[in-house]
Design a protein around this ligand. Structure first.
Ligand code: ZN
Length: 110
């Protein structure tokens, strides 16, 4: 049975949004499988944008010893406030970026 471990990282760093260049905040780290890098997680708070949002991305496979980009899969969740409510987007990217599936839901604020 494989042994998994998470590299919890409490170091918050700023980064430039790859789309618009605005500064945002991120925390990221590794998930290990049998002591080899297996997945990476990124928790981003998109500050500096007109539409602020929180994004969690997990990128699985294709890291470390099995470093093959075609094997990599992404799962992401984005939450953003909208007038009187909030909206969440859930997405999957498969086949090294060839396939993409997204679903969006709106929730009433209670
Ligand atoms: Zn941006």
């Amino acid at each position: 049975m494989a042994a998994y471990g998470i590299d919890f990282n409490d170091e918050v760093k700023s980064f430039r949004c790859p789309h618009c260049g605005e500064e945002s905040m991120t925390v990221w780290g590794w998930v290990f499988k049998d002591n080899a890098a297996h997945a990476a997680y990124f928790a981003n708070l998109m500050t500096g944008h007109q539409e602020i949002s929180a994004r969690l991305t997990i990128s699985i496979g294709g890291w470390g010893e099995e470093g093959n980009l075609a094997k990599r899969k992404w799962v992401f969740i984005e939450a953003r406030p909208i007038a009187g409510s909030y909206e969440m987007t859930l997405g999957f990217v498969l086949d090294g970026g060839q396939s993409r599936v997204t679903a969006r839901s709106r929730f009433a604020r209670r």
